[in-house]
Design a protein around this ligand. Structure first.
Ligand code: NAD
Length: 276
């Protein structure tokens, strides 16, 4: 009841829902991570961006997001395959923001090949960046969240965290692993105001997907719209890509008091794909 009153008061005062909160969003120089980081910043949270890219472009992005929203936006270049770098990023974020309330484990890579030809080093890299990095970042921030009685952990899994497709052994294994990790973290955080949820997108329109469309159109010598319709959106019943803005809006909601009882879930945002 108290929470409902607080939420109503916030709405009436026009206060942004995540004002005063702080977040780390991994892989937020592009695509879904950037969409989520923008949404958290617009909701008033101070955010540490992370990911690869052109240093000048990243600095310009960081500064413009900070100025436009009047919040602190930082950037750390930590490679998510490097545990020591993850811990250093957390230390820097804690020094700058004072504490870390929200963690979004989003950085991810993909490699597609039949099992017999799957390069072992690609298996190691995908497990490391898509799964182990989430564990390391959670481990480095979890006790602080529990001690303060508020924390939000959002892990970007995939529809491939719920179902499989051929040729994606490492990705499907890692994304299923993320769902399992999410459940354990939810149970260990539940009594301490810390929730953990996995978002499981179907196909989302990002630079990564756009590049794959061009690649497939060239290699199969078919038009782009045929690749989109017959390959990418074949199993996505809405027949449209989800957007990074949709991912951002869901992440913001999961961080609010209204979502305090949503924990341990794997939320499909896949246009009905996994309803098949
Ligand atoms: P993207 O390629 O546009 O962005 C990936 C981000 O991760 C970039 O910022 C990149 O710099 C960063 N990154 C990659 N390797 C890193 C590393 N070692 N250390 C730090 N940062 C690193 O991809 P996207 O489509 O936005 O995907 C983001 C997440 O969403 C991934 O986990 C992906 O598996 C998941 N996902 C994407 C889709 C989709 O359709 N796009 C669907 C389901 C799940």
């Amino acid at each position: 009841m108290l929470k409902i009153v607080e939420t109503g008061a916030e709405a009436m005062s026009g206060r942004r829902p995540l004002e005063g909160r702080t977040a780390i969003v991994t892989g937020s120089t592009s695509g879904i991570g950037l969409g989520i980081a923008k949404a958290l910043i617009e909701a008033g949270a101070a955010v540490m961006l992370n990911g690869f890219g052109d240093a000048v472009e990243i600095e310009s992005l960081r500064a413009s997001l900070s100025v436009a929203n009047d919040v602190d936006v930082a950037y750390d270049s930590a490679d998510m395959s490097d545990r020591a770098a993850i811990h250093m990023m957390v230390e820097r974020a804690a020094m700058r923001f004072g504490q870390i309330d929200i963690v979004v484990n989003n950085a991810g890579i993909q490699h597609v090949a039949p099992i017999g030809e799957f390069p072992p080093e690609k298996w190691d890299a995908i497990l490391s960046i898509n799964l182990s990095a989430a564990f390391h970042l959670i481990q480095a921030t979890f006790d602080g969240m529990r001690g303060r009685g508020y924390g939000r952990i959002i892990n970007i899994s995939s529809a491939h965290g719920l179902i499989a497709s051929p040729f994606k052994a490492a990705y499907v294994a890692a994304k299923h692993g993320v769902v399992g990790l999410t459940k354990v973290v939810a149970l260990e955080g539940a009594e301490f105001g810390v929730t953990a949820n996995a978002i499981c997108p179907g196909y989302v329109w990002t630079p990564l997907v756009e590049k794959q469309i061009d690649g497939q159109a060239k290699s199969h010598n078919i038009p782009r719209d045929a690749v989109i319709r017959d390959v990418f959106l074949k199993d996505q019943p809405t027949k449209r890509f989800a957007t990074v803005e949709e991912m951002g809006a869901l992440a913001v909601f999961l961080c609010t008091d209204a979502a305090a009882s949503i924990t341990g879930t794997a939320l499909p945002v896949d246009g009905g794909w996994t309803a098949h």
